[in-house]
Ligand binder design. Structure first.
Ligand SMILES: [Mg+2]
Length: 277
């Protein structure tokens, strides 16, 4: 495998805390993304937010002045549909969630039903009610598989936080005694599917994120190169609390010099002979 060609590296990027925080674009994000586009370096935004569609996300980033295409996004909703396609095509699902997950399921031809579904899928949404939880509980007790688009416990909002998908899933796990399968980061399913979408090999893949439990853990477990940026919810003082470490730490995207990064990775012989898939 020839890793000497610098354009053979590619990036998986988290969004919140990497590109923007609240209404603020993070320093260096604009230049970094434009450099990837100019140099034709492959990249994919990986988000554990299942509500927006790629079109929504494209519009959102445009508001920050970032011009990318729908093909640059891979959400945990899309990964969940890929997971179903691989494991049980033509199955049916009951969904607690909205937006992106429903669109992705419809587009892939999945039936959404409350009548004996194969799966109960729990995603983000603001329309939760007790009745839907009760229905989901009974479907799971009758044998439907519980799937979580992700297990994030909280989600950042402009005013603070709201309960994440993981908090909701926990209530159904408790009520049914069944454990959910989670598709979103750091699940190997989503991390690997993202790498395959970019047609990258493990050693060529660089994950950039601000969250140790998802972005960095997932990258470490799959052997990807990992970059923690301190522009989101992790500070360098937090690092001692984790048994795993990111390969590189930068203040923000503006601190990354691509040529130096690629040279450093080129010198690294640890990964070169691994995984030729
Ligand atoms: Mg983040």
């Amino acid at each position: 495998m020839n890793l000497k060609n610098k354009n053979e590296y590619g990036f998986l990027l988290d969004m919140d805390g990497v590109l923007y925080r609240g209404k603020e674009l993070i320093e260096g994000a604009h230049e970094f993304i434009n450099t990837l586009l100019d140099r034709d370096i492959r990249f994919l935004f990986l988000t554990n937010n299942s509500s927006p569609t790629p079109k929504d996300l494209k519009v959102k980033l445009k508001k920050y002045g970032l011009e990318v295409e729908e093909r640059h996004f891979y959400t945990c909703a899309m990964a969940t549909v890929d997971f179903l396609s691989l494991n049980k095509p033509e199955s049916t699902a009951y969904v607690i969630g909205e937006g992106g997950i429903l669109t992705a399921l419809y587009e892939a031809g999945y039936g959404i039903t409350s009548n004996d579904p194969d799966y109960v899928i729990v995603a983000e949404g603001r329309t939760l009610n007790y009745e839907s939880l009760e229905m989901a509980q009974n479907m799971i007790l009758k044998g439907a598989h519980l799937i979580a688009t992700n297990l994030d416990e909280t989600c950042p909002t402009e005013g603070g936080y709201r309960p994440g998908c993981g908090a909701l899933v926990a209530s159904l796990e408790k009520a049914t005694g069944k454990k959910a399968y989670s598709v979103g980061k750091p699940s190997p399913f989503m991390m690997r599917a993202a790498r395959k979408k970019l047609n990258l090999k493990t050693a060529q893949t660089i994950m950039i994120g601000d969250t140790m439990e998802t972005d960095i853990k997932g990258a470490v477990e799959l052997g990807f190169n990992s970059i923690l940026v301190l522009s989101g919810n992790t500070s360098d003082l937090d690092l001692i609390h984790y048994p795993y470490k990111p390969r590189f730490v930068y203040k923000n995207l503006g601190g990354i010099n691509l040529n130096e990064l690629f040279d450093e990775l080129d010198r690294d012989i640890r990964y070169v002979d691994e995984e030729t898939e």
